[in-house]
Design a protein around this ligand. Structure first.
Ligand code: SF4
Length: 492
């Protein structure tokens, strides 16, 4: 459904309001509706260990869970995508799979397959070949490391892009792999399409280097502790890192990034983890540091009682806030109704604060998910005024070499060619000697299929045969070279 169609649907609602608010009681979908989980007990389901050891990692395992409810054509479609397009390998915890088609599907054989194809969680967690565009599957300026984070590494895995904030990628794995992952260059295991970049230094040395850098960088006050997903780091090691971080005088804000709160809430409900979070939160409080958790839910279906319980447990343990940063994705949430449903469910039922929605970054093979900046601006307009102001998420574009910008902030916009231009008010860590960094405009590109005919024709003429765009199996040196080449092309 297009954004215009979904908006028209809202206006027709009987309440007279474009969006009719109703509270929604959370329900854990019944996992025994899947043939492969018919005998799974509640105790098993709530065990993080059981969840991790029963993640779906390949088509065979998915078939064992779903049984013959879903037709062969879906599995063949998925297999082809894994072999020919996927930038992330398959890894879906049972908790996440159970939020797909969370209701009983009425109707004839085939209805289940259709429902599975259409399901918003399936669309981004289990992408299939027929989802992808065949005209512009990748944007000509798509890149493995589209945000150029590696170029801004102060130490291996520590991205210093903003003046006062850093991103610490502690590890390159997650309990779940999202098809649209912006760190597809590094995170997860290699796929036939993408040979992943590997960290070179030993894990402990990398973390020590990060801490050393922060000790000698008094201008940095805010650390996003991420990955991957911090839920994949054994708790004692994560606690040791956080304890050292909290000893650095200039660090005032720490945010733990974990989609596992949504995909594997059982992890955050384990006694050892809850107790550990409590100790770290208490230490943070005693030092006047704000400790928050940032998670990543894209659709209301993901917010279940277990997710609410895990988020509540973190807050009760002393974490200052749990916030959500979703990604706007066609077929998942790119309409105002879906966004408001998600935000209200997070806020009212799970005590999670809606915070940001990002445009999907310009990674390879993402064009079927991406929306234009103009559509993002429309979405921002249509979600204003329903949520409290403090819980109204900002829709942001992560502009290469700039950083997050609110979508209304652009400096100029060529609607025909889908090129938006942005400015910034700080230098990234690689621009300290760049006199023009604050006066230059930086480009971001809409998906070509969303452009008017003249714009599509221009891209076909100018960039249809741009070399190297789909040459994705690069080693680390070549990946860095590709990033430089992209920068040069974007400057053009
Ligand atoms: S959880 Fe985050 S880092 Fe991990 S695959 Fe998903 S988007 Fe990427």
């Amino acid at each position: 459904m297009s954004i215009e169609t979904s908006i028209a649907r809202l206006v027709e609602d009987a309440t007279g309001q474009p969006y009719p608010y109703r509270r929604h009681e959370l329900v854990e979908p019944d996992w025994t509706r899947f043939p492969g989980w018919r005998d799974v007990t509640a105790a098993e389901w709530e065990s993080a260990q059981w969840q991790r050891s029963h993640c779906v990692k390949n088509v065979r395992q998915l078939r064992e869970v779903l049984g013959d409810q879903v037709d062969d054509r879906f599995f063949a479609d998925l297999e082809r995508d894994q072999n020919e397009r996927a930038t992330m390998s398959m890894l879906v915890p049972p908790q996440m799979l159970n939020t797909m088609v969370p209701y009983v599907v009425p109707g004839a054989a085939g209805a289940w397959t259709d429902a599975f194809y259409a399901d918003p969680i399936r669309v981004y967690m289990l992408p299939v070949l027929s989802d992808r565009r065949t005209d512009w599957a990748s944007h000509p300026f798509a890149a493995r490391d589209s945000l150029h984070e590696h170029e801004m590494w102060a130490t291996e895995g520590l991205t210093h892009r903003y003046p006062t904030k850093v991103l610490a990628e502690l590890l390159p794995t997650c309990p779940q792999y999202c098809g649209h992952c912006t760190r597809m260059d590094l995170v997860g295991t290699s796929t036939p399409t993408i040979e992943k970049l590997k960290f070179v230094a030993k894990p402990n040395d990398r973390l020590a280097d990060m801490l050393d850098y922060l000790r000698r960088s008094p201008q940095v006050r805010d650390v996003v502790v991420s990955g991957g997903d911090v839920a994949n780091m054994p708790w004692p090691r994560l606690e040791a890192f956080l304890t050292e971080l909290l000893a650095i005088e200039n660090i005032r804000d720490i945010r733990l990034a974990t989609k596992a709160l949504i995909g594997l809430p059982q992890h955050w409900l384990q006694g050892e983890v809850v107790d550990g979070v409590g100790r770290v939160a208490q230490l943070a409080r005693s030092r006047g540091v704000s400790l928050a958790v940032h998670t990543h839910a894209n659709h209301a279906q993901s917010v279940t009682p277990l997710v609410a319980k895990a988020a509540g447990g973190l807050l009760d343990a002393g974490v200052r806030d749990v916030r959500n940063q979703g990604v706007l994705l066609n077929g998942v949430n790119a309409d105002p109704h879906a966004l408001l449903d998600l935000c209200f469910r997070l806020l009212d039922e799970a005590r999670i604060m809606p915070y940001y929605f990002y445009l999907c970054d310009m990674i390879p093979f993402a064009e079927h998910w991406r929306i234009s900046v103009a559509d993002a601006q429309r979405l921002q307009h249509h979600i204003m005024g329903y949520l409290p102001g403090f819980a109204t998420p900002r829709i942001v574009c992560d502009v290469p070499f700039v950083g997050k910008r609110w979508v209304q902030q652009l400096a100029d916009y060529d609607h025909e060619r889908g090129i938006s231009y942005w400015t910034k008010n700080y230098r990234t860590s690689i621009e300290s000697g760049d006199a023009d960094a604050l006066s230059r405009t930086y480009a971001y590109y809409d998906p070509i299929h969303t452009l008017p005919e003249a714009g599509r024709a221009w891209w076909a003429d100018e960039h249809g045969a741009l070399p190297g765009r789909l040459d994705l199996n690069l080693d680390a040196a070549a990946a860095a070279e590709a990033s430089r080449r992209t920068a040069a092309l974007q400057a053009y």
